[in-house]
Design a protein around this ligand. Sequence first.
Ligand SMILES: Cc1cc2nc3c(=O)[nH]c(=O)nc-3n(C[C@H](O)[C@H](O)[C@H](O)COP(=O)(O)OP(=O)(O)OC[C@H]3O[C@@H](n4cnc5c(N)ncnc54)[C@H](O)[C@@H]3O)c2cc1C
Length: 452
Amino acid sequence: MPTVTSLATLFAERPCWARGVPAEADASASPAIEGEVYDVVIVGAGITGLTAAFHATRRGLRVAVLEAGEPGAGASGRNSGFVIPTLSRVGPEDVARAWGAARAARFNAQLSNAANALFEFIHLERIDCDAQQNGWLQPDQFEAGAAVWQNRLRSLRESGAKARLVGPDEFKALTGSARYPAALCLMEGGQIDPLAFTRGLAAAFVRLGGTLVNGCRLLVPARPQTHQLVRLETPYGTVFARRAIVATNANGHDGAKNLTAATLPFALLLAAYDLPPDGADHVLCGNQPFSDVGRDMWFFRRLQGNRLVTGIFPTSTWLTREGINAELTQRIERVFDVTPARLTDLWAGRVGVTPRGLPQLLQLAPNVFGWTGCNGRGIALSFVMGQWLAELAADAPVESVPMPLQPLKPAGAPRVGVWVARRLIAAERRRRTQRDRCAGHPARGEATTPAD
Ligand SMILES: Cc1cc2nc3c(=O)[nH]c(=O)nc-3n(C[C@H](O)[C@H](O)[C@H](O)COP(=O)(O)OP(=O)(O)OC[C@H]3O[C@@H](n4cnc5c(N)ncnc54)[C@H](O)[C@@H]3O)c2cc1C
């Protein structure tokens, strides 16, 4: 009998990256932060908060990071580790339409370079996070046509990305999959162990002399105080800062709930599989992760030790492990012609989705900044957002950051938005199943026609 489980349970499951990793030793069991005045206080120790902390400290500022759990407790330690230097739902031309050509050109150029900058940082700081900059692939399940591919390619190249087209033979040689007729390759993309990377960022910040306080929640929204200071309430007392950065993404709670409320908090399930000991060498042999262009996106990456990570957007709040396993096993079979040996890890994370697909740089209160809206693709983006937030915290003019600074607006009717998005994903899933059936791949559990 399948066991029904809720998404809430899967949000509490540890990701595969945490296997064998001890909980962060907390050097600050009872931190002496009460009444302290910092140049910058950052709330949230994910990629954004820690990158901002690192850069602000390097500028000579006195910085503290307050983290409710431990570094990587949010999306940064629970994602699939694809390093992709583009936005997910919108292209460079959409950014230009929304923010104007000049600003968009600077934004797109810096984002295009973000994967390079991130891999270089890993190298310079000697972060051991299984980093591989072999490129990231985005195949299309349809014969989109040469003109469509050339347009996608031109727009990416114009924005500064190093991109090229990959035909079916090369795609098969790189990934072991014959399913896709063509793909785009972002040559500077790649993959990392995201939890190890986030912990490495935390260590780099602490090495610079920064203060990281684990297990320390912001209790009420940071608010301006007299003498230009921002007041931050924590269980360890009140802390003051000249500037505060709220880097809690769609995972903000307590005093950072408002940031979560600015997006549709969309769930994404990830799963790690053992591959069979024989017959799986071809699977993602080039160590390039890929995500296809579907709304019901299929995505895969190889892990060390004959393993693979994939995932799926859940279309309901209640699900069964057996059902998820059956769906993902079927995808692996269809894409790689291999049946995985065992589902080893299943966990969920929260993605901050904005209605227009654009990230938002936010002024939450005077001298309090934040951002939200990674729309599911935020490793490279968080790495640049962190640097821009550090600039704002160091009093750089707002115009130096290539994004408009806007006030926080709660997302309208988030439940309705999530419901609609789930229905659209479910419809596409049904269409793909239908197409596969027509192509002679019955769904799992369906009667198969014995071969003649
Ligand atoms: C399942 C999943 C898969 C993904 N896959 C990819 C991928 O392959 N590639 C990619 O580019 N992007 C991916 N993303 C997106 C990416 O993970 C995020 O954009 C990125 O990690 C955001 O980092 P962050 O530092 O802004 O936020 P987070 O990492 O979410 O950090 C926020 C931190 O704030 C802390 N916090 C919350 N409230 C408080 C409070 N009141 N007081 C103190 N601390 C608080 C949390 O504990 C958390 O540690 C994925 C996301 C998910 C959920």
